[in-house]
Design a protein around this ligand. Structure first.
Ligand code: C6P
Length: 408
């Protein structure tokens, strides 16, 4: 088991004071802090290896290309893809999902087809499908969420997952509820009706073991900045057979085999989907983040984050008037809550006075919030460096805030 206290030393940003108090960083679902090896690797790359990839025959370009393609192979191994060619580098989860919506969906969907989503989707796994539906004439349909407990209502699955469903996109872990969805089961059920599956892995990728072949998904989208890598890099996993049959995402350099004045031919994946100069320097850090997380052990990370969230859930439940969202047990590493009398933005602002970083608002889940009769929640989200003492600091801060707002 990792020495979790020592893990904190790997993250320079944690060692600072905010408003005169030691920083308690509990906004990891928005973005994680970066370990020293990632920060150093980025400077080292720019200091020694920086050159454009795939284009040059000189030493630096070859080194940069090796590092970039090495990162692709590392990411493929991290999620157990069948080959590096199944990994397309993108800016992150949002771009990965938009890529599928603009290529596979537009090429394959038509009027009468259905795109199935769930009521707990982040806007990044909702708006791209609205746009694809508008372009193709397909319809959107939703698998309901049970209520405050935040589970998918699987008793409704047969009703909504009918043969008209051509694509089923769902989140692996909810960024507001902390629910971990039964992704393998959902993919198996989708396969039975011939639907293609897209998993939004933004909140799962850095927090638990992910094996795309065991999950049985067709696409898996994720962001590097939520797993310790640099900002602006992420990936889309796609099953090779589907990628080979998909049209390009964007046109430009690097993605063609031949260009004439009036037509062009495309390279296979991944180049077909990576027009222009890719974000090669940040891609290198994604590979290193994979090494770092595997060094800790992703099953250990899942246990650590889940235990902290469970402890937080239990300690927070002692606060007067709190409304806690998400499953009572088996949750991923975050807790969302609301108070009738205090707005989430006030809580976040007051907690900041105590050096505690939280997030408040709708968390890009507006339809879910509306369904639950909320305008927003406060969210504490955990990662490998958080501690039980930080949960105690959170609870103490919330007691102070509640006291202030109740006028006592
Ligand atoms: N959620 C949060 O604070 P990007 O922005 O592309 O890296 O990730 C988008 C995204 C997609 N799906 C889920 C489930 C997510 O949680 C996110 C990002 C952040 O909850 C920012 S809103």
């Amino acid at each position: 088991m990792p020495d979790w206290k020592k893990v904190r030393d790997d993250f320079p940003a944690l060692h600072q004071q905010v408003n005169g108090k030691p920083l308690v960083y509990l906004d990891n679902a928005a973005t994680t802090q970066r370990p020293r090896i990632v920060i150093d690797a980025l400077s080292r790359f720019y200091e020694r290896d920086n050159a454009n990839v795939h284009r040059g025959l000189h030493a630096l370009s070859m080194r940069a290309t090796d590092a970039f393609e090495g990162a692709r192979a590392r990411v493929a191994k991290f999620i157990n893809a069948a080959a590096p060619e199944e990994i397309i580098f993108t800016r992150g989860t949002t771009e990965s999902i938009n890529l599928v919506a603009n290529t596979w969906a537009v090429a394959n969907l038509k009027k009468g087809d259905v795109i199935l989503l769930t009521e707990m989707e982040h806007h990044s796994n909702l708006v791209p499908w609205q746009l694809a539906a508008q372009r193709t004439g397909a319809q959107l349909r939703y698998l309901p969420v049970t209520g405050d407990e935040g589970l998918l209502d699987l008793s409704q699955l047969d009703r909504v997952l009918t043969p008209e469903v051509k694509l089923f996109a769902f989140t692996h872990m909810s960024n507001t509820l902390g629910t971990i969805n039964p992704a393998a089961e959902l993919c198996a059920r989708a396969k039975k009706v011939g639907a293609v599956t897209v998993i939004d892995g933004a909140q799962s990728i850095g927090h638990m073991p992910v094996d795309v072949r065991a999950l049985g998904c067709d696409f898996y989208a994720f962001s590097g900045h939520k797993m310790g890598a640099s900002t602006g890099i992420g990936a889309l996993y796609g099953r090779r057979a589907l990628l080979d049959a998909m049209p390009p995402y964007q046109g430009g350099g690097g993605m063609i085999t031949n260009v004439e004045f009036f037509e062009s031919r495309w390279k296979p994946s991944p180049e077909r989907f990576e027009a222009g100069t890719p974000n090669f320097a940040d891609a290198v850090t994604l590979g290193l983040a994979c090494d770092y997380l595997d060094g800790l052990g992703r099953a250990e990370i899942a246990r650590h984050d889940g235990q902290l969230a469970q402890l937080a859930y239990e300690k927070l439940s002692t606060l007067p008037g709190i409304r806690l969202l998400g499953p009572k047990s088996g949750r991923g590493g975050l807790v969302s809550f609301a108070f009738n009398e205090v707005h989430a933005h006030d809580i976040v602002t007051f907690a900041d006075e105590d050096g505690i970083a939280l997030r408040g608002g709708h968390h890009c889940n507006q339809p879910l919030m509306r369904k639950l009769g909320l305008t927003g929640t406060t969210r504490a989200s955990f990662y490998v460096y958080n501690t039980e003492a930080e949960i105690d600091a959170l609870v103490a801060s919330l007691r102070r805030i509640l006291k202030f707002f109740s006028g006592n």
